[in-house]
Design a protein around this ligand. Sequence first.
Ligand code: XIL
Length: 414
Amino acid sequence: MTESGKFHLTRRHFAWTALGLGATAAAGLGARTEWARDHKRRLYDAAVQPGVTGPNSLQAHAAAKSRLYGAAVVPELLDVVGVAKGHSTDAYTHLVAAQTGILVAENAMKWAALRPTADIFDFTQVDRLLRFASLLGKRVRGHNLCWYEALPGWFYSKVNKDNARQILLEHIRMVAGYTRGQIHSWDVVNEAIEPAHGLPDGLRRSPWFELIGPDYIELAFRTAAEADPQAKLTYNDYGFETGRPADTEKRVQILALLKRLKARGVPIHAVGIQSHLEAAGDQPGAGLQSFIRDVASMGLEVYVTEMDVSCKGLEGTPAEQEAVIAQFYRNYLDLVLAEPNVPIVLNWGVSNAGSWLKYSWLTDTWDRRDLWTRFQESRRQQPLLFDDNFNPSQAFWAMRAAFDAARPATSINA
Ligand code: XIL
């Protein structure tokens, strides 16, 4: 056989192998797709239960108290075409459509998602979310314009002290400008306070602080106001809900930040309390209540932006833990919904289903990070209002009852 023949044979052999591998992969994918479709079909029945939709839904019960209920969603999972054509759609889409009045993208509006390279803005998923929301008359929150996390890889090699201001300005102008007029509220700055870092005013040692200095916060708010004058501009943070000393310290520093911004005439309209809470942790109480009232006295609203309740540290069977989590929801919501300047509550996701479905970040992180805890039923996370099969969990009923018991909000501030 000639050299070229040999080569030919090898190439053909390679082609057959590739074909074989391809076919195996396709069969695997096919089975997975079929399995996923079947799973969706089964879930769909749960999502259309009449007892919890329409006038019985969370959004209807919230609206009765001039409030909005919403959730963080993964836009890729929403069947926008199905909704546009009026087809019956999958369970996830159906649940989001039925229960929420306001949506936020779990990740799709973050820097890393929007900016694959320094020069490209990719709004594909943003378009999806906005279209879905406008088809169904839902509001949309923007999350977020300036954060120390979720920065794209190129950020660290490209951004320096000379260009950081400009790059932040351009980003906010482009993103808030693109969605102008369609966003209820923007988380303009996310998580800027961390007293444990020991910087003046309790500021977090974030890339923005290092590159621009403390003024980056004011700069971001002023730029966002120019780019989208209709959006409510929000400062969003976590870890200041409970009576822990660290939480108390963070509340003090957030209030001081808000006062400085207001004194300088910076456009800001609301504070987001993320509310990633732990059922076995310290309880939120009087400290949070007086924080909300102090914020109200500054003329600002408060949004519960990312609520979920971790089972970390809880003992007992999954059913017992579910009851504790539901009671925690009820206590927390009774506390915050007693305040008339809290018009919005959002959950950080909709269903407790496992991380392969991308439904709750908690199932993907701390408590279930390693394989072992993943399979321990008693360590299962059930932080949200719908279970693995999209049936309401006890927390759903707790949330709905809390809306019923609440006094009406002053305004939704549309
Ligand atoms: C989380 C997402 O849920 C995860 O999918 C992602 O891997 C990391 O970010 N505070 C915030 C949110 O403001 O943006 C975070 O979302 C959760 C904590």
